[in-house]
Ligand binder design. Structure first.
Ligand SMILES: NC(=O)c1ccc[n+]([C@@H]2O[C@H](COP(=O)([O-])OP(=O)(O)OC[C@H]3O[C@@H](n4cnc5c(N)ncnc54)[C@H](OP(=O)(O)O)[C@@H]3O)[C@@H](O)[C@H]2O)c1
Length: 358
């Protein structure tokens, strides 16, 4: 603020500051660059700091460090079993609640921690899990709740991981005859909470095209689909980007560095990302994140290192050229990775024209 402000202009400036806090909300151009507007008008910060695989104490520290490193969006889940730590971190950061965007998830019915043998059980479990999310995080509202996985009819939620479920090997997401009943039951619960304003935005994760078709005539369609996406998977893996765009669903990329699997070393230290980064004085990791953000796709990244958190938040001061975007689009070193490990969706050409909602 200018030191020369005085009298009426000083009072006006102080009033504006107290209304808006000290966040970047007062800079519309910066806000536009850092957020994606969802179909209901909610502005979701593009970058989220993830907390998967952290225990409560690590999660608490990572949340504090992320919020002090430029992140304003935290991604967690009931299944991460660390929401108490995340909640403590949110409080300890000292940031006002309205300046933080908190995303959490409820398990898909039948999968990991959610028995879903019938529609009624599925609904009850979904209510229970949302209430647990609120309680563990110690929050009165949630910015976004996602259904973590498509349902797996016939499963009772006892498997520790979705990859142990009967839906995993066939990647049968939502093609089972009873899947749509469970999808609609869970979605109805999220919609109720959204309408009661206890959740500001609702979405899904690892959802296949067939799951969206289950929701064809609902009043609120999912605003976000959080799926795996990173450099090396190609420009439109299994048609997920074109399908989302056609249906006005914002994609959010998880595992942007490949989560230590296929392509991680290529992404974080390979020739392509490193040489592109050198042109902009950026690291390979920053190029990998920028490629995703440049496509208007959100990102759930993860780091327990303050240095990496700061670097990962610092991707808004450069623009990748069309040529560099095309080279990154063309990379297929991680083509085996799929956006959802539960989907076997059609190829991009068929998917591009499929529209579920208008
Ligand atoms: N919806 C779902 O089903 C789903 C599935 C998976 C993940 N997610 C979400 O997405 C988040 C991120 O995905 P992810 O955990 O699979 O992995 P990721 O973000 O692809 O990779 C995380 C790894 O990258 C390293 N890293 C981070 N920044 C770096 C940098 N600048 N330079 C070098 N290395 C760096 C981290 O190590 P350091 O800690 O040492 O930095 C960590 O080992 C999760 O935490 C979770 O919130 C959601």
């Amino acid at each position: 603020m200018s030191l020369r402000l005085c009298g009426a202009s000083l009072i006006a400036a102080l009033a504006a500051l107290s209304l808006k806090g000290c966040s970047d909300d007062s800079n519309p151009a910066k806000e536009k660059a850092h957020t994606i507007t969802l179909r209901n008008g909610v502005k979701m910060p593009i970058l989220a700091a993830g907390t998967w695989q952290y225990n409560d104490s690590v999660a608490e520290q990572v949340v504090v460090d992320a919020l002090n490193s430029g992140f304003s969006h935290i991604d967690t889940a009931y299944d991460y079993d660390n929401q108490v730590g995340v909640g403590k971190g949110l409080k300890r950061s000292g940031k006002p609640r309205h300046s933080i965007f908190v995303t959490t998830k409820v398990p898909g019915c039948g999968i990991q921690n959610s028995s879903g043998v019938s529609v009624d059980v599925c609904k009850t479990q979904t209510v229970d899990k949302i209430e647990m999310d609120l309680q563990q995080l110690n929050l009165s509202y949630l910015d976004m709740v996602l259904i973590h996985f498509p349902p797996c009819p016939g499963e009772d939620g006892t498997h520790k991981s979705p990859s142990e479920s009967s839906c995993y090997a066939p990647k049968s997401g939502c093609t089972h005859p009873q899947a749509c009943d469970l999808v609609r039951a869970q979605w109805g619960v999220l919609t109720d909470y959204y309408q009661q304003k206890k959740i500001k935005a609702i979405g899904v994760s690892n959802y296949c095209q067939a799951c969206f078709h289950c929701l064809a005539n609902v009043t609120e369609m999912p605003m976000v689909n959080q799926v795996q996406l990173h450099v090396g998977m190609g420009s439109n893996p299994q048609g997920f980007l074109s399908f989302a765009e056609a249906n006005k669903v914002v994609l959010q990329a998880y595992s942007p560095f490949g989560s230590g699997g296929h392509g991680s070393s290529e992404i974080l230290a390979g020739n392509l990302t490193t040489s592109i980064g050198a042109k902009y004085k950026k690291s390979a990791a920053q190029v990998a994140l920028k490629w995703i953000a440049s496509r208007n796709v959100g990102i759930a990244t993860k780091s327990a290192s303050k240095e990496h958190l700061k670097a990962n938040a610092d991707i808004f001061d450069f623009k990748l050229s069309d040529e560099d975007m095309a080279s990154l689009d063309a990379a297929t070193f991680a083509a085996e990775d799929t956006p959802s490990f539960l989907c076997n969706d059609p190829a991009p050409s068929a998917a591009a024209v499929q529209r579920v909602v208008v």
